[in-house]
Write a protein that binds this ligand. Structure first.
Ligand code: BES
Ligand code: MN
Ligand code: ZN
Length: 510
């Protein structure tokens, strides 16, 4: 929607945005608080409040035309509804900012001054947190991906938007929120990129470029290196495609000064399923089940976006390692087949029962490697793993599997801060039993159709060393939005980028 969104801009902003609460009861009047009203000497905002559509409902934007130059020096004054005082949260601010962004883009505005701080203070939201949520909302709604539009249509013109608020803390928050949104938007653009362009080597190159730009260490395993490292899942899942599989490892290291102060150095390890396309393999997808499978790389895209946020915004005092398991699940005479048996580097053998349960096969490589080589403080994997999680939770919650109480509560806190919802699904030895194979140790999918999302997690658990805190996030329901709502338009959401960034931020305090 915007060419860019930045903080600042000289002089008076074009649009003055005043926050207002929706009356809590019939007795209360819709009115600006005194401090906010004082910013609008021509009381054009007060006039807007008299309009019948002015309700203060969260995310509503109302304007009255003054018909003469405004005394405040702005050319327009808008009222932004923040909902009822008792309901105001960073989530409300974030999605109200999404609506505000839509209106700013439609009005072709280039600068806005956002005055919601008195309302935030009244609701006990600090200036930094408020600025960050609004920055995230504006940055997320600002996302455009029109590089695949050609001469057959019209591209809409985009403006550069400058925003600012009343205090330095609020503006620093805006800056941070816009930074996080930028990272999420990297993931969204990659998700949107079609599979004939976003091939396996394209994803690796993109990771390499990002690493160079933000000072991350980059390492690529491909060809013989995959064989040497016994990345059995990647080798087999990726066999049929002319786009060869690979594993990318990125590493963020805190600046020396911080590490030297004795902060523990065991890394947080982020793992992303990066299937550039999932045809299902020889267990081919049917009935249009394939459409949209370019987004089967979204776990990896989110991890990449998160590494960008970690390196450019969060800068935690602990190391973070990312592993992207990149492959294309295709068909050819060289394809891996149902009945094949794979032997992983931790010794576990897998009977392939369904080549469409491929994500877990490549994630297993990354999990083994992480446990063996990285001495992780915790592992979090993100994957569009099962259609079953979409059936269970829809697009409202991400399915979360985590048996470590401490890590789980950290992730719940991070997700809440990011406004990305997670819901815990169960694990039990009975589910692990479901995965037993009569031929090898385990199967990659039990054909009985029971508890598919949990089967995925149960399978993965065979590749995580006892005692390592681990969380599996099945993002198959939340990685795309179907409607134009809140801070998203229909399309990829970059789910996980901000949750992972907030998670890594918990390591900044030390
Ligand atoms: N990538 C799919 C899961 C998926 C489905 C993601 C729909 C997004 C939307 C995954 O590789 C897959 O095919 N899963 C199978 C697993 C089954 C064969 C055990 C599924 O969910 O049907
Ligand atoms: Mn599949
Ligand atoms: Zn898949």
């Amino acid at each position: 929607m915007f060419e860019s969104v930045t903080v600042g801009g000289r002089g008076k902003s074009e649009v003055l945005v005043l926050g207002v609460f929706q009356p809590s009861s019939g007795k209360d009047r819709l009115a600006l608080d005194r401090q906010t009203a004082g910013l609008d000497p021509s009381s054009s905002g007060g006039d807007a409040l008299k309009r019948p559509e002015a309700t203060g409902e969260a995310g509503s934007v109302v304007e009255a035309y003054a018909g003469k130059p405004l005394r405040s020096g702005h050319s327009r004054v808008w009222i932004l509804g923040l909902g009822k005082k008792e309901g105001l949260s960073t989530d409300v601010l974030r999605s109200a900012a999404g609506n505000l962004g839509r209106r700013l883009a439609a009005s072709k505005a280039v600068s806005a001054q956002i005055e919601v701080l008195p309302c935030c203070t009244a609701a006990r939201i600090d200036a930094g947190g408020a600025g960050s949520a609004i920055g995230e909302g504006l940055g997320l709604i600002g996302w455009v991906c029109d590089q695949f539009k050609g001469t057959g249509g019209t591209k809409s013109g985009r403006k550069k938007l400058a925003v600012k608020g009343p205090t330095e803390r609020f503006n620093a928050g805006l800056e941070r929120g816009l930074g996080l949104a930028l990272s999420a938007n990297i993931a969204r653009t990659l998700s949107q990129t079609p599979p004939n362009i976003a091939t396996t080597s394209y994803m690796a190159d993109r990771a390499r470029r990002l690493a160079r730009e933000c000072g991350l260490n980059y390492r690529l395993f491909e060809g013989q290196a995959l064989v040497r490292e016994k990345f059995e899942g990647l080798i087999n899942v990726g066999k049929a495609s002319e786009n060869k599989p690979c594993m990318v490892r990125l590493e963020y290291s805190p600046r020396r000064g911080r590490a030297a102060r004795g902060v523990a150095s065991r890394p947080l390890v982020l793992v992303g399923k990066t299937m550039t396309y999932d045809t299902g393999g020889l267990s081919l997808k049917v009935n249009n089940g394939m459409v949209g499978m370019k987004r089967d790389k979204d776990g990896g895209c989110a991890v990449l976006g998160a590494m960008h946020a970690i390196a450019t915004v969060v800068k935690p005092s602990r190391p973070v390692v990312a592993l992207l398991a990149i492959a294309e699940n295709s068909i050819s005479d060289e394809a891996y087949r149902p009945d094949d048996v794979l032997t992983y580097r931790n010794g576990v053998t897998v009977e392939v029962t369904n080549t469409d349960a491929e994500g877990r096969l490549v994630l297993a490589d990354a999990l083994c490697w992480a446990c063996e080589k990285e001495d992780p403080s915790a592992i979090v994997d993100l994957a569009t793993l099962t259609g079953g999680v979409v059936v269970a939770l829809g697009s409202t919650y991400c399915g979360m599997f985590c048996e470590d109480d401490r890590l789980r509560s950290r992730i719940e806190r991070a997700a809440a801060a990011a406004g990305e919802r997670v819901w815990r699904l169960p694990m039990h030895d009975e589910y692990r039993e479901l995965m037993k194979s009569p031929v090898a140790d385990i199967v990659n999918s039990n054909p009985n159709r029971k508890a598919h999302p949990i089967q995925g997690a149960a399978f993965l658990s065979y590749f995580v060393k006892e005692g390592v805190p681990w969380c599996h996030l099945d993002i198959a329901g939340v990685h795309v939005a179907e409607a134009n709502k809140g801070c998203f338009i229909e399309g990829p959401t970059g789910w996980g980028v901000r949750t992972l960034a907030y998670l890594a931020e918990q390591d900044s305090a030390g």
